[in-house]
Ligand binder design. Structure first.
Ligand code: M6R
Length: 594
């Protein structure tokens, strides 16, 4: 995680701060900038969000180059000392870094043996010291950068200043980095959203690229020497406008219906619809869906949908486990990588493994310029629009929708007569956000709990997992999810008169069984909140502490109708507790470390 930004031009501190604010979704444990004035590098750092950094920056005379960083702590606690930029012993070099230097302990020991001292607990400080070490040997900056990145193992996007150079050195491996030019001015950043309003095009860097940017000029190198990179057009929709909303989370939940419309429009286009046309699927015997967190929950539901529509067995995997489970892969396997950001390190590692095995890879991803979207064999965009809040909401609904369309397209290729968009069109026509006042009241009740329980069977269980995750990350309430049938096998022991048991019951096939499980909880004093799409008689409804009624869809996209109320409830619990739902503690939006 972490976000880096660099700028060559007037008022760098101002531009860096704006860039860092746009990158804050990548981490907000601490932030810092290094700005080069006439003959020295000035450093400013602060713990916490960018607004804290803003308060400590002093005016700098003649400044025209700078680098900045917003941190999600990996090595060392989130304090000012560990905040980036990090500097060399002679204060000549300053470095910002996103990624992890895996061999930093070994390098640190070696450098300490040469007499270098270290002031922080970070892996990044090693980079600053290595630059100093290599530069001392042959006096050439680009050679020092090249030798430094050869010595380090791991992932990095680096922005580097040198006290007596009027430019910024940069390097990339397995962490995103982009660079843009507007006349004489240059900006580099972890995400192209920083270029909005600055440039019309940008240079996407690939792994192994490093270089040097100075006024109006960028030189790129790879391991063979100087190289060229073609610029691509910057194409960003509206992304940081809260409109009348107080937080991105609630704004993004209310973007869901627009996302559904965008997906229908996009996949109605012949060329987008038939993305699998050149793919010989006849040899595919195994299909794996891989993702993390919310995207993993989408995979669980997506694998079920795929199996139902195509008859081909499909399995969902947590990306961080995928490499360590004995998963059979090969040219007869299709691996579907699901991700909002397309940069999640564990999902990328699963992708690499799939590629190495010869499997066919499909990316179902939101960020269209991301590594996964660019590198997979086929890319199915989820068209959710930019998602800023750390808790994923509209992207989940969009992932489910595209997974459904994807399964439909695949099914059609193997003989199905059904229109792949039919489930989604029905969802779009049925969709509503429910009764907000009811959700607010329920949030007010649930906020006082330390523990919640959620149960369901089949797809309802997967939705319960996602609802639980939303509540955990935005309200810090421990919400536990169980298969409804498992209740009596242990956790019933935890239920008493104080316990809320949220029961998802939207699948007709298992409705009566799930309701029996809810009764078991109720018999032990549990307060059962039922989430259902079925009509209940007034006397049945009275049986429950509360009923969250959603519309009945009759297809597997019911999950979208089921989750939205819980996204809204999670939002209101967070607000009622006085928390910031957009930036939960200890988390970051894009998890680019394993
Ligand atoms: O960008 P990705 O979809 O790959 O991210 C995966 C997870 O990190 C993400 O879904 C995370 O669980 C969210 N905070 C959930 O709201």
């Amino acid at each position: 995680m972490c976000g880096i930004v660099g700028f060559i031009g007037k008022n760098p501190e101002h531009v860096l701060l704006n860039g860092l604010k746009r990158l804050e979704y990548r981490g907000y444990d601490s932030a810092g900038i290094a700005v080069k004035s006439t003959d020295k590098i000035e450093l400013f750092k602060a713990k916490g969000e960018i607004k804290n950094l803003e308060k400590v920056i002093l005016p700098i005379a003649n400044a025209d180059i700078g680098i900045g960083h917003t941190r999600w702590a990996t090595h060392g606690k989130p304090d000012e000392i560990n905040a980036h930029p990090h500097v060399s012993g002679d204060k000549t070099w300053a470095v910002v870094h996103n990624g992890i230097i895996e061999n930093y302990t070994e390098l640190k020991t070696k450098l300490m043996g040469f007499g270098y001292g270290f002031y922080s607990e970070t892996d990044t400080e090693t980079v600053a010291k290595l630059l100093e070490y290599y530069f001392a040997k042959d006096g050439d900056e680009i050679s020092a950068v090249s030798k430094t990145i050869s010595a380090i193992k791991g992932s990095y996007a680096l922005g580097i200043l040198k006290k007596d150079k009027d430019g910024i050195f940069f390097a990339k491996n397995k962490s995103p980095l982009f660079i843009a030019k507007a006349g004489e001015e240059i900006m580099l950043a972890s995400d192209i959203i920083c270029f909005k309003g600055f440039a019309e095009e940008y240079y996407p860097l690939t792994d192994g690229i490093f270089g040097y940017a100075s006024r109006g000029n960028i030189v790129f190198y790879d391991k063979l020497g100087e190289t060229k990179i073609a610029p691509v057009a910057l194409d960003l929709g509206e992304y940081d406008n809260l409109n009348t909303y107080k937080h991105f989370m609630i704004k993004e939940i209310f973007d869901t219906k627009t996302a559904l419309k965008n997906i229908i429009e996009y996949y109605s286009e012949k060329t987008n619809y038939d993305k699998l046309k050149d793919f010989d699927f006849s040899g595919i015997t195994r299909v794996k869906f891989v993702g993390c967190g919310t995207a993993y929950h989408a995979c669980l539901l997506g694998a079920d949908m795929f199996c139902e529509k195509t008859g081909i067995e499909a399995t969902a995997y947590v990306a961080s486990e995928f490499r360590y489970q004995k998963v059979k892969l090969g040219s007869d396997t299709m691996v579907v990588l699901v991700s909002q950001s397309g940069e999640t390190a564990d999902t990328l590692a699963a992708f690499e493994l799939a590629k190495e095995s010869g499997a066919y890879t499909i990316a179902i991803v939101n960020v269209e310029y991301s590594t996964l979207a660019k590198r997979a064999d086929a890319y199915f965009p989820i068209k959710a629009g930019v998602e800023i809040a750390v808790a994923s909401t509209k992207a989940f609904s969009a992932q489910l929708s595209v997974l459904n369309v994807f399964a439909g397209i695949f099914a059609k290729k193997i003989g199905s007569e059904t229109d792949p968009l039919s489930d989604l069109i029905k969802l779009y026509e049925t969709f509503d956000y429910g009764n907000l006042n009811d959700f607010k009241l329920l949030a007010d009740v649930l906020r006082y709990n330390d523990n919640l329980f959620m149960i369901g069977r089949g797809n309802d269980y997967y939705v319960a997992q996602e609802a639980s995750l939303k509540i955990k990350e935005t309200s810090y309430i421990n919400s536990n999810t169980y298969y409804a049938g498992e209740l009596k096998h242990g956790f019933l022991a935890l239920i008493d008169e104080q316990t809320y048991v949220i029961t998802f019951a939207t699948d007709k096939n298992v409705l009566s069984k799930t309701l029996c499980n809810a009764e078991e909880a109720k018999a032990r004093g549990g307060k059962v909140i039922l989430c259902t799409c079925f009509d209940l008689s007034p006397s049945d409804a009275e049986n429950f502490y509360y009923v969250v009624r959603v519309k009945e869809l009759g297809n597997s996209l019911q999950a979208v109708l089921n989750i939205v109320p819980w996204q809204i409830i999670a939002y209101y619990i967070s607000i009622n507790k006085g928390l910031n739902p957009d930036k939960p503690r200890n988390l970051a939006k894009s998890v680019t470390v394993e």
